[in-house]
Design a protein around this ligand. Structure first.
Ligand code: ADP
Ligand code: MG
Length: 405
């Protein structure tokens, strides 16, 4: 599973991209002989190759709508320009039919319909041009059977539409399933923490209750009263804080908005919440975070990752051990380390991490790390384990740094 979300997709993308770029360069090389030097047609061809390749190369870095639209538009123009520049290569018509296939990769209906529309407009203009202006008869294969070619073109667009529709429905369903699993796992993890949280809240409540009972029976003097009220308010504040930290992770969140996250604040609230969980097993959490660590992500999802990893560290630790949580700012990224001196893992066990339902615990689901890998990948980060059996484990998370104040 972890490979699915981290390595393969990007590797596959870049390998395919490399092949496409090689083919485009090859076509530039092959057609070069047809020109005398750098004529306008050749320069346009060259420019489009550069633009198209650049958009495809930068796309994984900035997965934004503007670049997707640019890829579709420049890609369409590129193939139509090839069609006009090299009429003798009649097979280019096949590419024109399949241009919207590029947009299937983005799984965005708006981009796909935009591509279909653009292709419809371009082909109408092209067929009209051929019928009216193609006196030199450069496109006989189209001109001689315009109706047949039009039907074929429409049929290809319908096939692409079905392909898009079927794969889109499938991906949507998978996404929904994954979100449900993620939600369930979060509820489970927070359910386990709940016992410790309840314990934490009971202490301040006992203090406040004790004072109130005391007042019920005898009224102390003014100064003492003031001190007691201050203590009651501070205890209730603690309880309130614990409840809100708990709610901030257990509540369902449909919103997956990316925002600027202060790593120090997030780690502090997660470790505060898990402190009581650690105390159940006599484990302490030691936190050291550098200032000014900001990353881009979704707050609830980042907390979900940290809770699972720190919870795993506590669960792996022996009674009385300390779990270290550190966050440092490197040049290009923020590094978060969770170190335990617990049971550790063998290489085979490390390799299995992230596989759905892989768990060595009697009450584990083995979904926590699968979800962590997915979230970390979404934030363009990495998640690595280094561990030796019976010695302990270090989990290292990295996220691209963003400058903020
Ligand atoms: P769960 O916690 O429900 O078992 P996870 O996906 O969070 O599921 O973890 C999967 C397995 O990875 C755990 O059952 C445990 O065997 C192993 N593991 C994770 N973190 C550690 C750690 N810090 N030390 C030792 N083993 C770990
Ligand atoms: Mg876990």
């Amino acid at each position: 599973m972890k490979e699915l979300y981290t390595r393969i997709q990007k590797k596959l993308y870049y390998i395919t991209l490399l092949i496409i770029i090689i083919l485009m360069c090859l076509s530039l090389f092959v057609v070069h002989d047809r020109y005398e030097g750098f004529e306008l047609g050749y320069l346009v061809h060259l420019l489009l190759v550069i633009l198209f390749a650049t958009c495809l190369i930068i796309y994984p870095k900035y997965e934004i709508q503007a670049i997707r639209i640019a890829i579709i538009t420049i890609g369409s123009i590129y193939f139509y320009v090839l069609f006009y520049l090299y009429p003798e290569t009649s097979s280019t018509f096949i590419f024109l039919c399949f241009i919207p296939a590029i947009s299937i990769l983005f799984f965005d209906p708006r981009i796909f319909y935009f591509s279909l529309l653009l292709n419809g407009i371009f082909i109408t203009l092209t067929f009209s041009y051929i019928m009216v202006f193609d006196e030199a008869n450069l496109y006989p294969h189209i001109k001689n059977d315009l109706i047949g070619n039009s039907i074929n073109f429409i049929a290809s667009q319908v096939i692409l539409y079905f392909l898009f529709y079927l794969s889109y429905v499938r991906v949507k369903r998978q996404q929904l399933y994954f979100e449900q699993v993620q939600q369930t796992e979060r509820i489970r993890a927070t359910g386990q923490v709940a016992a410790a949280v309840a314990h934490e809240i009971r202490n301040p409540l006992t203090v406040v209750k004790g004072f109130l009972q005391f007042y019920e029976q005898s009224m102390p003097d003014k100064d003492k009263k003031k001190k007691h009220f201050a203590l009651m308010i501070s205890e209730l504040n603690t309880a309130e804080q614990v409840i809100s930290q708990y709610l901030s992770i257990s509540k369902p969140s449909q919103e997956k908005r990316l925002e600027t996250l202060n790593v120090k604040e997030t780690l502090k609230s997660v470790t505060d919440l898990l402190k009581s969980y650690g105390l159940l097993y006599d484990n302490e959490i030691n936190l050291y975070v550098e200032d000014q660590c900001y990353i881009r992500g979704n707050g609830i999802e980042l907390k979900q990752v940290l809770i699972n990893i720190i919870k795993n560290a506590i669960e792996a630790s022996k009674k009385g051990d300390t779990v270290q949580v550190r966050a440092k700012k490197r040049k290009e990224f923020i590094e978060i380390e969770v170190v335990d001196r617990g049971c550790g893992m063998t290489d085979t066990e490390i390799h299995a991490l992230g596989t759905p339902f892989y768990s060595l615990k009697s009450k584990g689901t083995g979904l926590g790390l699968m979800i962590c890998y997915n979230i970390v990948e979404k934030f363009n980060g990495t998640l690595q384990f280094s561990s030796s059996k019976d010695e302990g484990t270090t989990v290292t998370l990295t996220f691209p740094v963003i400058k903020n104040s």
